[in-house]
Design a protein around this ligand. Structure first.
Ligand code: PLP
Length: 382
């Protein structure tokens, strides 16, 4: 079945007493037992809830995995996964990654004896070189936040197999519609479901899918043990959002391509990072391995003063954190999403005082371009 069909049918109860087409919100903490030693399959909502389960089955189906898991946020999902590792374990991580993941690794898990090497995961040789005897996993953003570097998941999976590493892919920017990491050899996918999957800038959630049943048992043990699960209302909202994933993504990508092409010709724009542009270093790889280029754009303005100008003067595009929803958002990664990364690292990577990140929504592309055009203009006259 194609992703669009699977997504539209998440939560559809084929065998149900009422015939409801969407899964109900089971707003209950606990479940009555029929008799001593018997269970309906549900005991307590941290351990399992039918609404959350519908969402978990949905993400597993979209990924082609054996099992899915829903958490209170993307960070809760990553935190729960980190408990798969032990003191002394080493992980290789994408260097240009979401600042919150970096903060979790460096400011929280480092003190519990895990260590992390940050490398350019679009460079297979650099990843291979970073492997140590105690390396246990590779944690890679398939399309990086915010510089949109493209990872060769198949090539990275081969390195992971060679060295017996767990291959974890943060696929937030692409979603299973554009890239299915399991088809290219990965073991676990993780999502900030708050982004494209829920899709409406109204829910914070995290999702994980696992390929192998034995590994899934371990992930479940930690989900239940750590307890950072998604509540039934937010599970329902996420299902509701995911049903239209492919429609939204098609529109968002089409808009992003048009905006990136427009920005690339604008005299006040410097570097532009969008893999749909033919001169982007990951363009050919993405064309081969993904169903599209996504809808995130990063670009540099020419002068630092233009950052504030654009953030303040865009009217349709909101100055706000997050991404992937139907409304377009613009952020300044250096001081917002990536503030926890050391200034020298940010500068070396190119996350500088000229860089803005644009999450393109489903609005009409002409309106979005007009909004950006007037924001640049007013600044030039200010
Ligand atoms: N991974 C990526 C790539 C992200 O962009 C984010 C948040 O922006 C996260 C993980 C964390 O997800 P959440 O904000 O849902 O905790």
């Amino acid at each position: 079945m194609k992703v669009a069909t699977t997504a539209a049918h998440i939560g559809l109860e084929r065998v149900s007493r009422t015939g409801a087409v969407t899964v109900p919100i089971y707003q209950t903490a606990t479940f009555r037992h029929p008799a001593l030693g018997q269970s309906t399959g549900y005991d307590y909502s941290r351990s399992g809830n039918p609404t959350r389960q519908a969402l978990e089955e949905g993400i597993a189906a979209l990924e082609g995995g054996c099992r899915g898991f829903a958490y209170a946020s993307g960070m809760a999902a990553i935190t729960s996964l980190m408990f798969l590792f032990r003191q002394g374990d080493h992980l290789i991580v994408t260097e240009d990654l979401y600042g919150g993941s970096y903060r979790l690794f460096e400011k929280i898990f480092l003190q519990f004896g895990l260590s992390f090497s940050y490398v350019d995961t679009s460079d297979l040789a650099a990843v291979r070189e970073a492997v140590r005897p105690n390396t246990r996993a590779l944690f890679v953003e398939s399309l990086t936040n915010p510089l949109l570097k493209v990872a060769d998941i198949e090539g990275l999976s081969a390195i992971c197999k060679e060295h017996d590493l767990l291959h974890i892919v943060d696929n937030t920017f692409l979603t299973p519609y554009l890239l299915r990491p399991f088809d290219q050899g990965a073991d676990i996918t993780i999502y900030s479901g708050s982004k494209y999957l829920a899709g409406h800038n109204d829910t914070v959630c995290g999702l994980v899918a696992v390929k192998d049943p034995e590994l899934a048992e371990r992930v479940y043990f930690h989900q239940n043990g750590v307890g950072a699960v998604l509540g039934p209302q937010d599970s329902w909202l996420t299902i509701r959002g995911m049903k239209t994933l492919t429609l939204r993504m098609d529109r968002q990508q089409e808009n992003a391509q048009a905006i990136a092409e427009w920005l690339s010709k604008h005299p006040q724009v410097g570097k532009i990072y969008y893999p749909g542009l033919p001169d982007h270093p990951g363009h050919d790889l993405m064309k081969r391995s993904c169903k599209g280029f996504g809808a995130m754009i990063a670009f540099e303005v020419k002068r630092p003063e233009q950052i504030n100008q654009l953030l303040m003067k865009t009217k349709l595009i909101s100055f706000a954190e997050s991404l992937g929803g139907v409304e377009s958002l613009i952020t300044f990664p250096q001081v917002q999403t990536h503030a926890d990364i050391e200034p020298e690292t940010l500068e070396r990577l190119g996350i500088n005082n000229l860089l803005l990140r644009l999450s393109v929504g489903i609005e009409d592309k002409d309106d979005l371009i007009a909004d950006l055009a007037q924001a640049f203009e007013e600044g030039e006259h200010a």
